[in-house]
Design a protein around this ligand. Structure first.
Ligand code: NAD
Length: 339
């Protein structure tokens, strides 16, 4: 059994990750033995779910007193770097929620520590395991739309998701805690999805706005164009909408795929087909079932001592795109991605 601890027992820690750890496929190999959170109420909620777990309000003490095989970091973005660094220095394998860090320099420090200490590392990039995305990938791999060359993502939300009520529900709209707005929150998933199809990003042009949430200290809307090595991506992300939905379109040399939540339409060399899945990409934003394959992958890597840094490279691409988007919006110019 691998002994793990969760740091950050808020919405995603308790209601996204924990149910996935309880899945029969995962719980036979992993035991969550400890939890850490700044809020007593959240520790109590965690204890109700795992009565035998040890509780900490300070991650330093968790690392000092518990013998851990891995740690799962589910705190808001700006705290990730320090927590990951502490875990890596203690030679503890790491799962980290997205975005892993907000600056390339800090992520490169983490990469160094992960390599030096021979650790398994994976980011919380679980959208790649969603049934919609898995279906899209199988359609592309069937060859029916030819070579993909343009991806568009449209994310519409009414506001930033609230953080849990026992800490700081508004953190996503507070720059000091979130590190950014909808680019950090949603862009992080879409950046790695687009890059997985179109390859390395090369140039970014972005515009950010605060269109309706004037109390936010972050952008509520962003329009981002990315030139990748194999094509172009366009993202429109907004918390200023009047509905909650996500749409996207992938154009290729021989056809196209469009998806509106759970409905996928394919126009390919063999004509038009409509596929309907049970759930779309928005759901309740916890996506607990998508974490099961991510955790399975993490366990398999621990079993095989597979120290591949593909997850780290994906996190690096994501972080580079986040900072390049903000840079471009700030200087009002196209920014090159160097690396
Ligand atoms: N992968 C996804 O689809 C997905 C979905 C939602 C959230 N997330 C990510 O998960 C993270 C948490 O988001 P959330 O929605 O659960 O937020 P939340 O506000 O619900 O929970 C955050 C928790 O972290 C705790 N915390 C903050 N700093 C801490 C520290 N230094 N040590 C210990 N505990 C600390 C708070 O007390 C709070 O309980 C963010 O990075 C977010 O981007 C990812």
């Amino acid at each position: 059994m691998y002994r793990g601890a969760i740091i950050g027992l808020g919405n995603i820690g308790l209601y996204g990750h924990l149910p996935a750890y309880f899945h029969p496929d995962i719980r036979k190999e992993v035991k969550i033995i400890a939890g850490c959170d700044l809020s007593r109420e959240n520790l109590e909620r965690f204890q109700k779910l795992i009565p035998a777990a040890h509780l900490f309000t300070d991650a330093e003490k968790l690392f000092q007193y518990e013998k851990l095989d891995f740690v799962d970091i589910c705190t808001p973005p700006v705290s990730h770097f320090n927590l990951i660094k502490k875990a890596a220095l203690k030679k503890i394998n790491i799962l980290s929620e997205k975005p892993v860090t907000l600056e390339l320099e800090t992520l490169l420090q983490i990469k160094k520590l992960v390599l030096k200490n021979k650790l398994v590392f994976l980011p919380g990039h679980q959208y790649r395991y969603s049934p919609v995305w898995q279906k899209i990938i199988s359609i592309i791999e069937s060859g029916c739309i030819g070579r993909p060359y343009l991806i568009q993502f449209f994310v519409y939300r009414r506001e930033a998701n609230k953080g849990n009520e026992y800490w700081d529900p508004a953190w996503r709209s507070e720059i000091e805690i979130s590190g950014g707005g909808i680019i950090v929150d949603h862009g992080s998933h879409l950046f790695y999805l687009a890059s997985s199809i179109l390859g390395k990003p090369e140039f970014v042009t972005a515009i950010t706005n605060r269109l309706s949430h004037f109390k936010y200290s972050v952008e509520d809307t962003a329009s981002i164009n990315i030139q990748h090595e194999k094509g172009a991506a366009h993202l429109l992300l907004t918390w200023a909408a009047h509905d909650r939905k996500m749409e996207f379109r992938i154009l290729g040399t021989d056809g196209e795929i469009s998806a509106m939540e759970n409905k996928i339409t394919v126009i390919g060399i063999e004509g038009k087909e409509i596929v309907k899945l049970d759930k779309g990409l928005s759901g309740d934003s916890k996506h607990s079932d998508w974490y099961i394959p991510l955790f399975r992958e993490f366990i398999d890597r621990l079993d095989k001592k597979n120290l591949s840094i593909d997850g780290m490279e994906e996190a690096i691409t994501t972080t580079m795109l986040i900072s390049a988007s903000y840079k471009s919006a700030e200087i009002k110019k196209t920014v090159a991605i160097i690396g």
